[in-house]
Design a protein around this ligand. Structure first.
Ligand code: ADP
Ligand code: MG
Length: 254
């Protein structure tokens, strides 16, 4: 078995009397496309915020690739390869898709250059930007369009591209299909599936749409009142009595 990419040990977070996370233990294996689901207020965002570093846990440990990161700030986690995207669109609207991806690629390569070799040409930057745009389906003509001219769905896809520029080892996507029409949804999901299969980045997604979750995920984690009440494959989650009772209710019918 491969080493876990991320381990969460007894992670807890309280907001006054609200239990947002209670003794959460989870292990993430590399390459397993995972969804985190649960009703509103279940603690999904709290968990992602603690993992990405924007929220400090009250207790517990977070270990990323064997290294404790529980109290590391966001930018240090990004440097190590633990990244997230947000629920709202976060691109430079006046810049082209190419330039939106080029900015973080340049930042990455500049940093690498300081440590590795003094001369790395413009060409390698361009190659990497084009590679990312191709992988997310925004290559060719679309790469020259200003971001604001892209459809909402393409803008969300572009965000994934921007996140990929940091070469994340693990990437948390917060409702990547929010605000998308069904056609766009299918596209971004196919994209995420393909990117996941490439094996460079492990994807963990917070998603509301159960059809999407069931068709996309290799593993589903169900939260309720800050506690993990289900963890398994689509089939296991569909037949988990606790999940059916507190969350899915009548929605799950075969
Ligand atoms: P989800 O993302 O699953 O909808 P959240 O993680 O946002 O759930 O919230 C979990 C619980 O913690 C909810 O009861 C929510 O009201 C509470 N909560 C989240 N963030 C804060 C905060 N900054 N201050 C107070 N309560 C919060
Ligand atoms: Mg939330």
């Amino acid at each position: 078995m491969s080493n876990p990419i991320l381990e969460i040990q007894k992670l807890s977070k309280f907001f006054g009397r609200v239990v947002a996370a209670l003794n959460i233990n989870l292990t993430f294996e590399p390459g397993v496309l995972t969804s985190i689901i649960g009703p509103n207020g279940a603690g999904k965002s709290t968990l992602i915020n603690m993992l990405s570093g924007s929220l400090s846990p009250d207790s517990g440990r977070i270990v990323f690739e064997g290294r404790e990161i529980t109290h590391l700030p966001v930018h240090r986690r990004v440097q190590l390869g633990l990244c997230r995207s947000f629920q709202v669109v976060n691109v430079f609207p006046q810049l082209s898709a190419f330039d939106n991806v080029q900015i973080p690629v340049l930042a990455m390569q500049n940093r690498a250059r300081r440590f590795l070799r003094p001369v790395a040409g413009e060409e390698s930057v361009h190659r990497e930007v084009e590679d990312i745009l191709d992988r997310i389906g925004l290559g060719g003509e679309k790469s020259h369009a200003t971001a604001s001219a892209l459809s909402h769905g393409d803008q969300r896809v572009l965000e994934v591209g921007i996140a990929l520029a940091a070469r994340p080892r693990i990437l948390f996507l917060d409702e990547p299909t929010a605000g998308m029409n069904p056609v766009e949804r299918v596209r971004i999901l196919e994209n995420i599936k393909t990117l996941s299969k490439e094996g460079r980045t492990t994807f963990v997604i917070v998603e509301h749409d159960m059809d999407i979750v069931f068709s996309l995920s290799e593993r589903i984690i169900v939260l309720h009142h800050g506690v993990v009440i289900g963890d398994g494959t689509t089939e296991e989650i569909k037949s988990n009595p606790k999940v059916r009772e507190v969350y899915l209710g009548e929605e799950v019918s075969e």
